[in-house]
Design a protein around this ligand. Sequence first.
Ligand SMILES: [Zn+2]
Length: 1016
Amino acid sequence: MSPSRLALILVSFILLSAAVAPSQELNSTFARDPVQPIDQQYTDQIHKYTTDPSFISPLVDYLPASKTVPTPAKMLGDIAGAPDMLPYAEDVYKYFRLLAANSPRVKVFTIGHSEEGREMIAAAVADPKLLAGAKENDARLAQLADPRTINLDDAKARQLVDQSWPIYYITGTIHSPETGAPTALMELAYRLAVDDAPYVKYIRSHMIVLITPVVEVDGRDRMVDIYNWHKAHPGQTWPRLLYWGHYVAHDNNRDAMAMTLGLTRNVLDTYLAWHAQVLHDLHESVPFLYDNTVGDGPYNAWADPTLADEWAELGWNNVAQMQSFGMPGVFTHGDFDTWSPGYLMFLAGLHNGISRLYETFGNGGADTEKRILRPEDYSRTWYRQNPPLPVVKWSQRDNNNYEESALLSTLYYFSHNTHHFLENYYLKSKRAVEKPSLEGPAAYVIPQDPAETNRQIELLKVMKRQHVEVEELSDAVTSTVPGEKRGDKPRQETFPAGSLVIRMDQPYSRVADALLDRQFWAAGDPQKHPYDDTGWSFSHLFNLKVVRVLDPSILKSKMARLDDPAKLAGNVAGAGAVLAVANTGQVSLLPLAYKLKGAAIQVAEKSFDVDGKHFAAGSLLITGFPENQIEGILRDLALDALRLAAAPSVPVHLVTVPRIAFMHTWLGTQTEGWWRYAFDTAGVPFDYISTQAVASEQDLHSKYDVIVFAPVGRSSTQEILNGIPMWNNPMPWQKSELTPNLGAIDSTSDIRPGLGFEGLAHLKQFIEQGGLLITCEDTAQFAIETSLAPGVSLAPHGDVRIVGSVLNTVFVDTDNPIAFGYGKGVPVISASGTAFNVSHTLGRTGGRVLMDPLTDPLDPYAKRETGRGSVDDSDVPQGRKTVEPEPLVKQQPWEAAHLDEEQTRNNPLVIPVQSRPDVILRFSDAKTLLLDGLLDKGSSIAEHAVVVNAHLGQGNVLLFGNNPVYRGETIGTYALVFNAILNYQHLTHEPASTDKQLPVTREIPGQESIEHEAGR
Ligand SMILES: [Zn+2]
């Protein structure tokens, strides 16, 4: 460090220290109770573990003593935020229960369990009077939350506001490597229960603070294991946290839309059961405290505008309070747009509350570390006048000081404005109910359609988890609906009886609106770094017809509440021993095959009509099923069926359910975790094996028929093959005395080795022997780069901009079993526009053709010379006989270039016809490509292949450019994967007769033909 640099740091240090002292004296708002004794030993430890005097506030630089209530040290053996230790969730809970047992100001509740059965809790902290009256208070809040109950009567609401206490719900450590919140919340609860500082007394007598100290409880326990292993192995590298929750890692904070995970459901159920006003989620990343309550634009388009005002009010106030304590590096505007409603805290944002989130600085454990910041983190900007220090020694205690100081000061502010926030709560709820007569729409209608019932039920499950009411039309209703495009005249549409109506005159209308509406992110939006997906319309992603109805007259139609969506399906009509189940792109045809393992299941290869009902190709004809159980099974799986006296005369193939393996890496398990979630939820069994297991398993084909290699998440082929560098020590991921929570999902003595070339050879052999390998995004790229998918290459992205957008597609090969049950196309989610090119030869990609931007490389006639006739005509040289040229074939972007005799003659790189890749699905043209979100310069990927089935030996490699199984949101594309699995033995071509003999030739083809062909 240069002397001048050191001097600078010293000067700033002195200045900061100088700034702290007077503020403590001047600011009497947070003065402690002069007569309440402090716990000196605990207080001494707080100061010892705080690495810089500016990293603490007068709110937390002492701990009040209590004769009856134990401090966190009782449970932890040291203070909250002490270095070198992290408590397990169970120990955190023990402390909260100890608090509850010893303080009348604390109550603890179980709020549910995780996927692995671990408990989640919430603690309520307030004066005993408030806790005793919590039930009556909640009855009042429930009326404010649902203004229909008081006929939207503002005078009545005002009375209720006057009588009620608000609820402020704080949640900690949803992200398991962000380790500070549990101890901060233990100490916060103690302070709220014990401290007699006037401001704390004011808080607990004016509001109830609700605390869930550990949201991702499975991940917390694994993180503590990893940390303990690290402490027991000094000097060694320790594994990253490979599994957080049972299914997903960081994405547990992207689950607030589909609500697939236990933690999301438990938090929302608690939040709504208490009718809380705020959901405040604690995270760790950037230095030192980013209260991203204000965040950045664009804001979610469906949120009530009052929410944005509340964000501004709370966020800027919180920053100012922290500034007054002299704590550096606190800001509220920053790099986080509030567009997507997928974040846990956003459950409050779209349920009429206030969503908030802190990012404090964390070290990914309890080690005290020297931290070196990047310039963008310590620069001073208009919204961060006192930026973080460029180099710091940082401790977990520092983190806890920031979290607690910010929370206590914001609770103080909230406690003095309870009336205001409760009024807002009522107003937001009221406006949600008034939506049909304000901004609209009046309702979303999901027309009754047996072909869609299965996927409709999946959507209704989401609505139920979101506490959205759904009704069923008693009679057919004709309504005016908007035209297709802007400027089109409104038209009349009749919805049959049994159609589903999601009324917008209900308290949680906003969340339904946000999920079902379409999203548009302008290419010119000043926000150039969307924080997450830009599009998510569930109407599209569930592949459903959903009509946005503006005409409020529909609300007067006769309809009845639908509480049990399951009752919509499970109908069995007809009589006979053959059961026909139509394929309409449901999520549960494959699960049915597993459920009926003893039955004979045939798949119809062509469509057929019977008893006036249409059955698409891919429908099932089942005999030998268990008569007495079949109706229950069909209802569980949300399927209808028709009994037939005899099988229709239609070509069929018999299917037996395949043995499936999921192959995962030890690099990352989140994106594949969403696939595991989908398969488990649907009821499709699989073995779970790692790339290391594949490396040591010579004969995969004797064990498995299908291997699913779901996305790793931005990994490269080198990483998949090589794994983690072997330079340092082995890193085990397995159950041990030190790490009891590791290894249950899968285990290894060393996570470093990857698939390796042996594993690749085993995989190749598995496919060649007839296996099906399913790949997606980065694993599709892996299949291409390792020659498992001959004839397939990645389409160049050009300058396309896509960030988690919903795109339109068209089926190319509608007879292919993978397309069974679908219509013309299906909306897909595309992370960044991955698409494929296909070719009938192997060879290099790129080439000369792309060098000439003036001609369309796909249109051979675009290159014709000046001469007679039109562009489609041949020129005619004068004064000689005319010889007609061979017709040129215009190639479409999703097609392989046509090869003529010249190009195939003695060309060893030409792929035999039966081995040429099949394009199943392609993107639609540039004009119609975008459904939801951001799409800029889409022409480079428009019309390109997005789902391709490649052939290798006797087997198949299925490649997805979109992610068909993603975050529980892509119900509409699950069947692409399930169709492939059910029909895995029927994805190869019959060898074509023309292909058996390729033309014998005289000369080796020129390089040009290969380049020309590959240069698409
Ligand atoms: Zn986080």
